[in-house]
Structure formats: structure tokens, C-alpha cells
Design a protein. Structure first.
Length: 114
């Protein structure tokens, strides 16, 4: 079955950087787009961006210019590089695979605070 496991979260100061990873298994990873979402306390989950199976990317407006999504098909992994982090980026970050149903990882907490 599909498994998605995020890692790399933690505490970072404003202006800092953080790299999240999502290890995927249970499906033909190279054939599918992979999404990143986030959910801040008290807010709805929001889309961050995606990387297509071709490597092309799309981003939410807040992520453009600061966040970069890449994938490594040899390792079945998708990464989210976040730069110039702001306190409002504090959230649980999830990777997501959309098949007939949406498949989610357990999430990883990112806290941006001084």
C-alpha cells in the first residue's frame, strides 16, 4: 500500500532555511506528481506546491521565490527546500499523492521562531 513518510522538520529562526523530505513507497513513484501541503494551528490545510512526474513544478503564491520542490526518482523521494522562512510558515507539512483517493503522510512540524 501507499506509504509517505516526511522528515526534516524542527525549529528554525526567521530568515533561516529548512529542507523537508518525503520518502514514498507502494506505488510507481516516477509516474506521479507529488504535492506538499501545510496546516498551521487553527487554520485549514493549504496547498504549498507540487512537482510533476516530468520534474516541472507549480507553487502557491506564498511559496514562489522562497520554496523549491524537487524529486529523486531513484530514491523515491520528494523534497521541499524552504528559504527565508517567516513565523507564518509555522505549520505541519505534509506530502500528498493523489490517486483515486488522496494519500497523506503523517506530517512533520516546522516552527519558525526566534
Amino acid at each position: 500500500q501507499v506509504q509517505l513518510v516526511e522528515s526534516g522538520g524542527g525549529l528554525v529562526q526567521p530568515g533561516g532555511s529548512m529542507r523537508l523530505s518525503c520518502a514514498a513507497s507502494g506505488f510507481v513513484f516516477s509516474a506521479f506528481a507529488m504535492n506538499w501541503y501545510r496546516q498551521a494551528p487553527g487554520k485549514e490545510r493549504e496547498w504549498v506546491g507540487l512537482v510533476m512526474n516530468t520534474g516541472g513544478t507549480l507553487y502557491a503564491n506564498f511559496a514562489k521565490g522562497r520554496f523549491t520542490i524537487t524529486r529523486d526518482n531513484a530514491k523515491n523521494m520528494v523534497m521541499l527546500q524552504m528559504n527565508n522562512l517567516k513565523p507564518e510558515d509555522t505549520a505541519v507539512y505534509y506530502c500528498m499523492l493523489q490517486l483515486r483517493d488522496a494519500h497523506w503522510g503523517q506530517g512533520t512540524q516546522v516552527t519558525v521562531s526566534s
